[in-house]
Ligand binder design. Structure first.
Ligand code: OOG
Ligand code: NI
Length: 308
């Protein structure tokens, strides 16, 4: 079935959000807390600032492959970011111009070539089964096919020993080997919420008063050098992951980091400071992402934050 690109994109985004909110109890817990505090009346009022995905930088996968999915729906690739210590490259994508309320997309890739020989061997023992770019074989106009693709295994279920070996060298690698293309987070735009909750400081105070655990890496609130982009995130929720059994066991269950929720305040740019509030749109606020903020937000899934 062929539908308009926007309808297909809407369906793909809805599928991602549905599975993500089933997997991450904080999503519904935060929405319920917002309704309870009368910050919103219904979930549809929440603006999704961006969503994020993680990929393995190996032939046929990674940014080059994944990027084709959202480019097909009219998303445009924007700035590149480099995370030297974490060995990551990322891009963000802006939504098609005629649908400005869609989420931005942040996609990162692990530069597998920079890892140790042992970590490279482990990763390739899984990813080498992917011998052609799977996105090329996908009908991107078929929302169900894309939804299945984003939630399918891609490679065989890892064994726990491999997960642990990767975890010791790159927490990002361990996350991707198990979680693959599962949505890593969605992001609540706080600047459009009602007064009292529309700054990141106020929203973080609200979350903390309700007992949500937030990522403290580099400080709870991450602020870009220009002051315009302010972000915070929950600590990833743990999932009981089923690994392929070794030594006769059929499965090995182990608690690992799943996904998390982010919060972003984009301040009005200095040149638009005098615009009346009702005229302010996305184009008047700080755009894009910030390496220093992102570097710490990645750690929402790291054992240093989850404590596991
Ligand atoms: C992405 C971390 C960066 C942001 O908004 O800067 C990020 C990730 O954890 O995969 O989300
Ligand atoms: Ni983010």
């Amino acid at each position: 079935m062929t539908t308009s690109p926007t309808k297909t994109l809407d369906a793909v985004l809805a599928g991602l959000m549905r599975r993500y909110s089933e997997r991450v109890p904080d999503v519904q817990n935060i929405i319920r807390a917002m309704i309870d505090a009368r910050i919103i009346q219904s979930p549809e009022e929440i603006e999704n600032d961006h969503i994020a995905f993680r990929t393995m930088g190996v032939p046929n996968l990674g940014l080059a492959s994944f990027g084709k999915i959202f480019s097909h729906y009219g998303y445009e690739r924007r700035d590149e970011f480099n995370f030297i210590e974490k060995k990551l490259t990322a891009y963000w994508y802006s939504p098609p111009g005629d649908t400005p309320n869609l989420p931005r997309i942040f996609v990162s890739e692990l530069r597998v070539d920079e890892l140790s020989a042992e970590a490279r061997r482990i990763i390739h023992s899984y990813t080498d089964t992917v011998t052609s770019d799977p996105v090329d074989a996908l009908d991107l106009d078929n929302a169900d096919a894309v939804d299945r693709f984003l939630h399918q295994p891609l490679w065989r279920t890892p064994i726990l020993a491999d997960y642990r070996a990767l975890l010791a060298e790159s927490e990002y690698a361990a996350w991707v080997i198990y979680n693959r293309y599962y949505l890593n987070h969605f992001t609540i735009s706080v600047h459009n919420l009602k007064p009292g909750y529309n700054t990141i400081d106020e929203f973080v105070a609200f979350l903390e008063s309700r007992g949500f655990r937030l990522n403290s890496a580099g400080g709870t609130i991450k602020v870009s050098p220009d002051g315009g982009l302010r972000q915070a995130s929950t600590v990833a929720q743990m999932i009981d992951a089923e690994f392929a059994g070794s030594a006769g066991a059929t499965v090995d269950t182990f608690r690992i980091a799943g996904s998390y929720v982010e919060f972003a305040e984009r301040r009005v740019l200095p040149e638009f400071e005098n615009l009346p509030a009702h005229e302010i749109g996305r184009q008047h606020r700080r755009e894009g992402f910030e390496t220093g903020n992102a570097d710490k937000i990645f750690e929402s899934t790291f054992t240093t934050q989850t404590g596991n």
